[in-house]
Design a protein around this ligand. Structure first.
Ligand code: DGY
Length: 325
């Protein structure tokens, strides 16, 4: 039987459905596989099911002469050398759509977590420090009625914006291009970057990591934000210059931040760990039982289509079709 290499144990049962037709090897240790372990596992494989934590680079692709598809579990795919995969006629797919709402929920969890000091409050209670109700204790920021700024109005950004209706918020956004339909649905306004910085009370980053978004938020940008504003990043860490965010949080240039992603993930800038005005999560954007199971189903479906000679639905490198015909 031909081999499929799966770089992590994936939630749900969908991977089992591959076992009747293929020899499925799953790297099911808790740690990430090293590059050598991926090369070892994938060398005879016709498909790799990878996650956003596995770097699938040129060297790995070169050790897999039979590879037909790299099916990535996640909507992001910057972990894969897509141009090289395309050159080698390999399909690359992702799992968009199914994680949109769950990831948008997490942006809101961080907004509330930071604004209403949920983590600090929890820690006070656990430490036995809740002695009396105090009119001035752990005051936070209102969410209701504020201005929500969205950097990147794609699927997830739009879902974040849609939720703002229930909180009577004004929504403004920056995106590569205007999104008229989304504007109508959400009731949001397209603004330029300086306006987004200057007018948002909550600024949520939902853009993909590209050469133009990398390092887009640093001290200069934080200085243009309101002093009471809150920055949320649920997209990709390198969009924010983490060391400069630490400075901004220390000096109260902005009021707070909520991060689900990090510049050098899974490493986290040490100085962030000592700050109270930041809530830190370990990349949980799509981490619900239902969503992660759907992501597995989608990754498996993409692989099955490709291995059955069909074009997978969630192809991210459409140019590969030219090379394959
Ligand atoms: C993705 O799909 O890119 C997410 O960040 C993983 O949770």
């Amino acid at each position: 039987m031909k081999k499929i290499f799966v770089t992590s144990k994936l939630p749900g049962n969908a991977v089992d459905s591959l076992k009747k037709d293929f020899d499925v090897e799953i790297f099911d240790k808790h740690e990430l596989p090293t590059k050598i372990e991926v090369q070892e596992g994938a060398k005879d494989a016709i498909a790799i099911l990878s996650t956003v934590s596995n770097q699938i680079d040129k060297d790995i692709i070169d050790t897999c002469p039979n590879l037909i598809i790299i099916s990535n579990f996640g909507v992001g795919f910057e972990n894969i050398d897509v141009p090289y995969a395309t050159e080698k006629r390999i399909y690359v797919t992702n799992t968009p759509g199914v994680l949109t709402e769950t990831t948008a929920d997490l942006a809101w969890a961080l907004m509330f977590g930071v604004a209403r000091r949920v983590v600090e409050g929890d820690s006070v209670v656990r430490k036995g420090q809740f002695k009396r109700w105090d009119p001035s204790f752990l005051l936070g920021m209102d969410v209701f009625g504020k201005t929500l700024g969205i950097y990147g109005l794609g699927r997830i950004g739009s879902a974040v914006g849609r939720r703002a209706r229930g909180f009577n918020m004004r929504v403004i956004y920056v995106n590569k291009s205007r999104r008229l339909e989304a504007e109508e649905e959400i009731g949001c306004d397209f603004v330029d970057f300086p306006t987004l910085l200057g007018e948002s009370d909550f600024l949520v980053i939902t853009a993909p990591l590209t050469e133009s978004t990398r390092g887009r938020f640093g001290l200069d940008e934080f200085k243009k934000m309101k002093r009471n504003s809150i920055l949320i990043n649920i997209a990709r860490g390198p969009i924010v210059r983490e060391k400069e965010l630490v400075q901004a949080l220390k000096k109260k240039v902005i009021w707070g931040a909520g991060l689900d992603v990090y510049e050098n993930e899974p490493e986290v800038e040490k100085d962030l760990l000592g700050l109270d005005n930041v809530v830190l999560l370990p990349h949980l954007g799509s981490a619900s039982f239902e969503t992660r199971e759907r992501m597995t189903e989608m990754a498996v479906e993409n692989a099955k289509l490709a291995l059955n000679g069909k074009v997978p639905v969630n192809l991210v490198n459409r140019e590969v079709l030219k090379h394959r015909n």
